[in-house]
Design a protein around this ligand. Structure first.
Ligand SMILES: [Zn+2]
Length: 377
């Protein structure tokens, strides 16, 4: 049977308290350890619903004695953002008080860890792993959060930092199922992509501004880079984008939870991993090859292309209509700059110059797409 834990977040408003509910399956401290969190962007509810269904599956597995390692699940990772309802509209992506995106600015201890453990690493991957995990924990213990969002990140990071598998469940605005994966985990992560039926996998280690999954794995990758002679096995970290924010259904959430359970079994966290993953037949390419198509003008977006459509460089994916204009002169075409698969679109149809409207995954890195500046907010 699972163990439930409640972690109170620091009080920021007198008279209120918020807390995280953490569920633990298997034997505490057993390996491999998987950490799964859902909805750090609090308006991405398909992620929370999938985690809810996953909790039921994990509970059954635990009662049957099938959890070989340990699974730590946070089905609702952001109670701060979930409460952020303004004028009957929920805004869960940014921290209302500071304006910070909840999935940027995670504590990044890579430099300090690489420096501390580099000289002490040897040929034993397990011993090296213990050293890195201990150094990460020590560095995280030194940090002091400056506001409510930072407190939340630090608490979650401490739960995740020593895991072997870290799955961060999100949702795009309107989208097909897609993944962000560290290039060092590809093509190994094709099993997860196959189980989930992902159509696009973006490979990235440093997208910019320290999103959660990258700050979990970067201490390992940087240490490996600085000490190439040492044997290290960095954790498997991934962002799973469970389609679009409106794709809320028990059927989809059950299917996603089942796929995640199959992945955990396939990787030995849970018993019974005999099922071969379906072949991944989507497109896997660097995040530098992902075009974020932005609006060239303000107006009403009328899409010509839908999710899953293949587009060519120079092809119009949408028009922006100025309702005050006349005839064809009222329309500004929105052009793709690469050949690829359109896999995500904006939630709203009001455009302003520079507004991100769609994502197209190509195969070749695009000019202007450079590590460290690959995310748009
Ligand atoms: Zn998100």
């Amino acid at each position: 049977m699972s163990i439930s834990q409640t972690i109170d977040l620091p009080v920021t408003t007198p008279g209120t308290v918020r807390s995280l509910k953490v569920r633990r399956y298997g034997r505490p401290g057993a390996r491999p350890k998987a950490y799964v969190q859902a909805g750090i962007h609090a308006d991405e509810l398909p992620a929370n619903l999938a985690a809810h269904h996953l909790a039921g599956l994990l509970e059954a597995a635990d009662r049957a004695g099938s959890v070989l390692g340990e699974v730590v699940l946070v089905p609702l990772a952001n109670p701060v953002g979930l409460s952020n309802v303004i004028f009957n509209d929920h805004q869960g992506r940014h921290h209302a008080q500071s304006g910070q995106n909840f999935n940027r600015g995670w504590p990044n201890v890579a430099e300090a860890v690489a420096e501390a453990v580099g000289p002490h690493l040897g040929a034993d991957a397990r011993a090296n792993g213990d050293l890195v995990r201990r150094a990460v924990a020590e560095e995280l213990d030194r940090l002091v959060a400056g506001n409510e969002a930072e407190s939340l990140r630090l608490v979650l990071m401490k739960l995740a930092a020593d895991a072997d598998f870290v799955l961060d469940l999100h949702t795009d605005a309107q989208a097909e199922l897609h993944l962000y994966v560290d290039p060092g985990q590809w093509p190994g992560a094709a099993d997860l992509a196959g189980f989930l039926g992902a159509t696009v996998v973006m490979l990235c280690r440093n997208s910019g501004n320290d999103p959660f999954e990258e700050t979990v794995s970067q201490p390992w990758w940087l240490t490996a880079e600085r000490a190439p002679q040492a044997k290290l096995e960095p954790p498997f970290t991934v962002v799973v984008e469970l389609r679009g924010e409106g794709d809320v259904s028990d059927d989809l959430a059950r299917r996603d939870a089942d796929a995640l359970l199959h992945f955990l079994a396939h990787r030995g966290v849970i018993a019974g991993g005999g099922d071969a993953p379906p072949a991944f037949d989507g497109i896997a390419a660097p995040l530098e090859a992902t075009e974020i198509i932005k609006a060239p003008a303000g107006g009403i977006v009328v899409y010509r292309k839908g999710l899953g459509d293949w587009v060519s460089a120079g092809e119009a994916i949408a028009d922006i209509v100025d309702p005050l204009g006349d005839g064809e002169g009222a329309r500004t075409p929105v052009l793709a700059c690469t050949n690829g698969r359109l896999f995500a679109r904006a939630r709203q149809n009001l455009a302003w110059p520079g507004a991100p409207l769609a994502k197209v995954q190509g195969r070749e890195p695009l000019p202007g797409r450079v590590p460290g500046r690959l995310m748009y907010d």
